[in-house]
Design a protein around this ligand. Structure first.
Ligand SMILES: NC(=O)c1ccc[n+]([C@@H]2O[C@H](COP(=O)([O-])OP(=O)(O)OC[C@H]3O[C@@H](n4cnc5c(N)ncnc54)[C@H](OP(=O)(O)O)[C@@H]3O)[C@@H](O)[C@H]2O)c1
Length: 371
């Protein structure tokens, strides 16, 4: 059986998803132009300063854009940024109708783009595939409103809620399909973060391997380590991989650690220590947001995820559950920290979605505090 045929908007969403992780701090958009039931042009957002999706579709269509319908996952921009406004190009090309999945949450656009199109006599219809498009722009919406990255917590645990054996061994809890999906989520993220104990225990590469689908840009998400005292080994594999590694230390860590880690290939950024003595999470997230990190995937371990949950800083959860029992009172669980005192205060996922991935399960949702 072949792939079911996609509607133009679903096709636009697929294009937008392909470009995720390459367009930040801009949103990743997909655009498809249809005339007389035939796709005459399509495009997706290129890295900042380069062509927007709508322009790609219009260029491909050429004169066929006149009288066509444009399907775009996001409202076209109407302001001069690094590129001229897309609304003008859409109007100039003679497009007859524009279908938008969602309105741009950027206050500089937010409805203004649609109004400009309508003022030029173009029919604008909003809301097709609004659910998946809203999810596509959840990170962008947070970053544009707060300047902070959207924090997704990912962990892989056994049926008895462990992320490693009592010895620290954790390779592998889930199967190859789940690990491939993690690669995909990494590819769509601007940065991946771990606590230093995970670097010491697993020596992870934290890279996107080449077999992952999507445009092969060679781009790697920024690797981020929280390491108050500068304990990351100079030989750590993540320091030798393509792309950049940023290590947050506390200001008390001392200059010699910074020198050693910088010579080993990392960038070291010192922030104030929290009362716990560890890296202040708010300061680290603000710095990442300032650098244009819109989506941050936190891959553990339990101590780091515990701190983030205690601080109420987790926006989304990707929990992989493997049909395996590890046991062991000392074996660590995905979220440590202080935790809540009462079940009524627990983080419950809103809109949880569950899907099989190989022989494992993935649960995705948005933690909501009931305090
Ligand atoms: N199955 C999975 O999904 C998965 C994923 C990742 C890890 N793991 C396993 O988890 C284990 C490691 O987890 P872990 O809980 O021991 O450690 P972790 O969360 O990886 O690292 C915690 C350490 O990070 C540093 N840190 C700096 N600032 C922090 C902050 N604000 N909040 C929290 N930590 C901060 C602290 O060390 P300093 O005080 O020295 O800075 C802290 O002790 C390993 O066995 C690994 O194999 C499993």
């Amino acid at each position: 059986m072949g792939e079911p045929e996609l509607t133009p908007m679903q096709r636009a969403l697929r294009l937008a998803r392909q470009a995720l992780g390459t367009t930040s701090p801009n949103p990743s958009v997909g655009a498809v132009l249809v005339r007389d039931g035939v796709v005459v042009g399509e495009g997706y957002t290129l890295p900042p300063g380069q062509r927007h999706a709508e322009i790609g579709a219009l260029e491909q269509a050429g004169p066929a854009a006149r009288g066509a319908s444009l399907y775009s996952t996001l409202e076209p921009c109407c302001h001069f940024g690094r590129t001229p406004p897309c609304t003008r190009a859409v109007i100039a090309a003679g497009v007859a109708e524009v279908h938008l999945a969602v309105i741009d949450p950027n206050p500089r656009v937010q409805g203004q783009g649609s109004r400009e199109l309508e003022a030029a006599g173009i029919r604008v219809l909003v809301g097709e595939e609004a659910g998946p498009a809203g999810e596509l722009y959840e990170a962008f919406a947070k970053h544009i409103a707060t300047g902070l990255p959207y924090v997704s917590a990912k962990f892989a645990m056994s049926l008895d809620g462990k992320i490693a054996a009592y010895t620290g061994d954790s390779k592998w809890i889930t199967g190859p399909e789940a690990r491939d999906l993690v690669q995909q989520i990494r590819r769509e993220s601007d940065a991946v973060m771990v606590g230093v104990n995970t670097v010491l225990a697993d020596d992870p590469q934290l890279t996107v391997r080449q077999h992952v689908s999507g445009p092969q840009t060679g781009r790697q998400p920024l690797r981020v380590v929280l390491d108050s005292r500068g304990r990351t080994p100079s030989q750590a594999r993540l320091l030798r991989e393509p792309g950049k590694t940023l290590i947050f230390t506390s200001q008390e860590a001392g200059a010699e650690h910074a020198q050693r880690l910088t010579s080993a290939g990392a960038e070291v950024f010192a922030v104030p220590a929290a009362p716990s003595g560890m890296v202040d999470l708010g300061a680290a997230l603000r710095e990442l947001g300032r650098r244009g990190v819109v989506s941050l995937l936190v891959e553990g371990g339990g101590t780091l995820l515990g701190s983030l949950f205690d601080a109420g800083m987790v926006d989304k959860v990707y929990a992989f559950v493997a049909p395996v029992i590890i046991g062991g009172r000392q074996a660590v669980s995905p979220v440590a920290g202080q935790g809540v005192a009462k079940m009524a205060e627990a983080w419950r996922l809103s809109n949880p979605r569950m899907q099989p991935v190989g022989s494992d399960w993935l649960i995705v949702g948005y933690p909501q505090a009931r305090r």
